[in-house]
Design a protein around this ligand. Sequence first.
Ligand code: NDP
Length: 293
Amino acid sequence: MSAFAIFGNPIKHSKSPEIYSLFAKEMKIIGEYELRLASSNNFNTMLFNFFNSGGLGANITVPFKERALLLCDQLTEHAMIANSVNTIKKKNDNTLLGDNTDGLGFISDLKRLHWLNKDNIFVNTNNMREFSMTNILIIGAGGSAKGIISALLDIKQCYINIINRTFDRAEQLTHYYHSIGYQNISCIDIKKLSRSYNNKIYNLIVNATSSSMYNELPPISPSLITCYTKCYDLFYQKQDTIFIKWCKKNGSSDCSDGLGMLIEQAAHAFNLWHNFFPSTIPVFNYLQSTFRD
Ligand code: NDP
């Protein structure tokens, strides 16, 4: 059994083992890392069995991040604010430490794309001027939405709207962030939101749902996309995701899928486990050339 693994469902598409092995090569350690397909019935048992039989670190993906939070003995500040866990480390005293590296990974990838500058301010990529105000639309209210929203809320001059297929979850998430002191976020009913609803030009629209995984589009109006709107799909695959194709077709200037974020969040997880921060750009370039068409 490998000491490191990722738990999720579905899981076979995951690039995490390849990324872990490239990081391990740089650190000159053995890069064993397994895929574990869990179900809602057996997730808790599988995770505890893994750590009781030699597991040292786990990544958690769709749809178990919120459940993973409840199984950890301690949480980092990132996991607490995000209220979900994507990385677990078994500590020397055998307790489980839960972290959330999605937000840091997302922010690092926005910097790689030059959508965000080194001072954490959104910029116009044509002239690199800082925006005085950035409007962001997040679609989704699951584990990864929580991770990225908590990182974005700390960015200056940024206002977030959140929409979700199930409105209650968007509302709960918004109330949660208000309760911990963030007021620059509000939720809107996904069925009501269109350009004419609030006349906002969104600088960034993030698909933080798992819809692309099922080749489906979240039910949003094309009027929300303008030539000033950058679009990011957290899901990644070999070709453009259905969401990215739809954003390009409706006039988005810049689009990216989540491959870069995956590598960046994995680097933060690797650092938590091994106290070594690996280089991410060579891994991104390598996967771009081997994974993409
Ligand atoms: P969760 O299962 O926690 O949440 C799923 C979210 O997607 C919910 O908001 C759900 O809405 C919504 N949803 C699911 N299917 C559809 C659909 N067909 N149409 C509209 N909305 C839908 O998943 P995660 O938040 O953990 O992951 C979301 C996505 O982000 C996945 O594709 C995952 O692969 C990707 N991801 C990528 C990362 C990266 O590093 N690139 C890191 C983390 C995640 P509802 O509440 O109504 O059920």
